[in-house]
Design a protein around this ligand. Structure first.
Ligand SMILES: Cc1cc2nc3c(=O)[nH]c(=O)nc-3n(C[C@H](O)[C@H](O)[C@H](O)COP(=O)(O)OP(=O)(O)OC[C@H]3O[C@@H](n4cnc5c(N)ncnc54)[C@H](O)[C@@H]3O)c2cc1C
Length: 343
């Protein structure tokens, strides 16, 4: 395999900044090179793991005994969608998500402005159906082109096949799918959304929020302040997902915690883990060694160097155990372990 490096430390390729080495590592600049690398991996019996910007990935201390492919596939194109009010936007999986948001909003397009400021790549965005400020990727998703490993099928996965849910998708369940590009449908007409206190506060400070570009810029600014970390620290944003529980279970919990916020999702209720960590467990700013929960948002785990993946894992397990003990709720990590495909 050309351009494949050996024994490459992965910590610098992730925002958490912990973990060991990749046995093999390659940056993938094109779909053609991806095919070459995957065929070569199959021939040598090497398993594969995909990395984008590393902003939602925890690398094991023992490293990854396979080929880590860092997806850098470029390209971005905009076309009318034929309705006169919309545009189809296609972007390579390696494009930075924020570059896409900035491009789209600069062209007056609406639909992803509330997702401004989320780190990472376009290719990873459908994996956990990124979401913020009442918007999810699923709202604009049309399709993703994927190559499966090791079967090497070239598929176009549409929105139904993508099986999106809260931080869920087929791409997350089936790690054989490597996304090479994503197509979104955006609108030329303003999409009016629920207002959020962060944006209302910005408006009161005189920040313009007339265009999608204004909103994208304002949110980028708001988020950069919310996720402030020091130079020798790392984070992956929210480390855990907000739990989704049945209405019956929520009603029981609400008797114990009358102010517990709940947001309906279908017939279930999504509850705010940040609220539980803050109000029930008093863990805002909780620290163990070099790892702590953010003062701004207790859902955000911050890692100060030097740290190990084992320490991050133990800290996270402790949070999960305390939550379970206090509320009976089992919480799930949002951050993903570097997972090798099966062959
Ligand atoms: C400060 C901060 C704030 C954040 N805020 C939010 C937020 O508000 N909302 C939100 O939803 N997320 C948020 N995140 C999480 C993260 O930004 C998103 O999950 C993002 O989509 C991850 O992109 P990435 O390229 O860095 O993915 P990576 O960490 O590189 O990968 C994440 C997962 O996707 C897989 N993957 C990556 N690329 C591909 C591909 N091309 N094909 C198939 N699988 C792939 C990887 O194997 C891995 O399992 C935040 C993270 C940080 C650090």
């Amino acid at each position: 395999m050309d351009y494949v490096e050996e024994n490459v430390p992965l910590a610098p390729y992730t925002t958490l900044g912990v973990g060991g080495q990749a046995r093999f590592f390659a940056e993938v600049q094109s779909r053609a090179y991806l095919c070459v690398a995957l065929r070569s991996a199959t021939a040598k019996g090497v398993r594969v793991c995909v990395l984008g910007g590393g902003s939602n990935t925890l690398v094991p201390d023992e490293g990854v005994d396979g080929l880590v492919l860092r997806i850098k596939i470029p390209g971005m194109s905009f076309h009318d969608d034929g309705t006169g009010t919309g545009a189809l936007v296609r972007a390579g999986a390696g494009i930075s998500w924020n570059t896409l948001v900035r491009y789209a909003t600069s062209r007056g397009l609406w639909g992803i402005e509330n997702l401004s400021g989320i780190p990472g790549t376009v290719g990873a965005a459908p994996v956990q159906n990124i979401g913020a400020y009442g918007t999810e990727l699923a709202d604009t998703f049309v399709s993703a082109d994927v190559i499966t490993f090791p079967k090497m099928e070239h598929l176009r996965i549409n929105a139904t096949q993508a099986q999106f849910g809260y931080r869920e998708s087929i791409f997350k369940k089936d790690s054989s799918m490597i996304i090479t590009s994503v197509t979104l449908r955006l609108s030329r007409e303003r999409i009016v959304r629920k207002t959020y206190s962060d944006l209302e506060n910005a408006r009161e400070r005189g920040v313009m929020l007339d265009t999608s570009l204004d909103i994208a810029r304002a949110l980028q600014d708001i988020r950069s302040k919310k996720f402030t970390i020091r130079a020798n620290e790392g984070t992956a944003g929210s480390f855990f997902k907000n739990p989704i529980i049945s209405k019956e279970r929520y009603d029981v919990l609400q008797k114990r915690f009358p102010n517990m916020p709940g947001f309906p999702i279908g017939t279930n209720i999504k509850i705010s883990l940040a609220w539980i960590l803050d109000t029930v467990l008093h863990m805002r700013g909780f620290r163990k060694g070099n790892i702590y929960l953010s003062d701004h948002n207790p859902l955000v785990l911050v890692v100060r160097q030097p740290s190990t993946e084992k320490e991050v894992g133990e800290f996270a397990d402790d949070i999960a155990l305390r939550t379970k003990t206090a509320t009976g709720i089992t919480i799930e990590r949002e951050v993903r372990s570097c997972k090798l495909t099966t062959m």
